[in-house]
Design a protein around this ligand. Structure first.
Ligand code: OAD
Length: 242
């Protein structure tokens, strides 16, 4: 059986599918990835822009970085990968996306079962009251932006380096991958934990890993099927065979 037919077989046989997505899925929409050629962390220093210390030191600089990314994301559209994954929600009974992306493109494509591991770039959090709210001002007019209720500083509601993930989201994701028969891992370098650990939980509990990426990653050795290529192209082929 060729790889694509096997992939379809895996999808059809799985009772529960957990999808883990990373920056590679949004790359074809025009959102830069973090590592590799043209990656954000090649151009900018993460520790100066995406850490709690950086925000304490210079909230204006950090907000300007997020304003730049918000403007960029507001101009792009979901691509074929987001669309196919949204369609699969109607085809397969239990499929949930756990994404490391903060761009909201899965939801814009119509996916409903989406867990955001690293937060959402369109949400902000008041640093005094910890209240999370939708913050859509684009471009941001005043730096640093302040809480509309109490006037305190607000921060992007995203996870920065050195910060812990939301415990409820993390527990849900651990349990989801543990209980799934198939972990479908798309467009992630699998180097950032705990996200990178999720498909390993599926494997440990007897499930399979199917990986889609333009290059091999540290997960590939554990993958039952590795489909090399652009996510949208691979997903289109699989989708045409379902
Ligand atoms: P990375 O930039 O580390 O990895 C992107 C992956 O996508 C690489 O493995 C590429 O080979 C692959 N890729 C690129 N284009 C692709 C395409 N068209 N089709 C398929 N694969 C493609 O991004 P993530 O793994 O998502 O965290 O990074 C994980 C986390 O590190 C991010 O959520 C972010 C970052 O620091 C935080 O900010 C907390």
């Amino acid at each position: 059986m060729n790889k694509f037919k096997r992939a379809v077989d895996f999808l059809r046989k799985a009772e529960k599918i957990a999808v883990l997505t990373g920056a590679g899925v949004s790359a074809e929409s025009g959102v830069p990835t973090f590592r590799g050629r043209g990656g954000l962390w090649k151009k900018y220093r993460a520790e100066e822009l995406a850490t709690p210390e950086a925000f304490e030191r210079d909230p204006i600089l950090v907000w300007k970085f997020y304003d730049y990314r918000r403007q960029l994301i507001s101009k792009v559209n979901p691509n074929k990968s987001h669309e196919i994954l949204a369609k699969w929600e109607t085809l397969f009974e239990k499929i949930t996306i756990v994404t490391q992306n903060i761009d909201g493109l899965h939801q814009r494509a119509g996916s409903k079962n989406v867990i955001e591991l690293h937060g959402n770039i369109w949400e902000a959090r008041c640093i005094k009251e910890n209240k999370v709210f939708r913050y859509k001002e684009n471009p941001i007019s005043e730096f640093p932006p302040k809480c509309p209720d109490c006037g305190s500083l607000i921060r992007p509601n995203v996870v920065w380096f050195g910060e812990s993930l939301n415990q409820n989201i993390l527990n849900f994701s651990f349990s989801l991958f543990e209980k799934s028969d198939l972990a479908l891992v798309i467009g992630t370098s699998s180097v950032v934990y705990p996200a990178a650990h999720l498909p390993i939980l599926t494997k440990k509990s007897g499930g399979k890993i199917m990986e889609i990426n333009i290059e091999e990653t540290s997960l590939t050795i554990l993958s039952d099927i590795f489909l090399k290529g652009k996510a949208s192209e691979i997903l289109k082929v699989i989708d045409s065979l379902i």
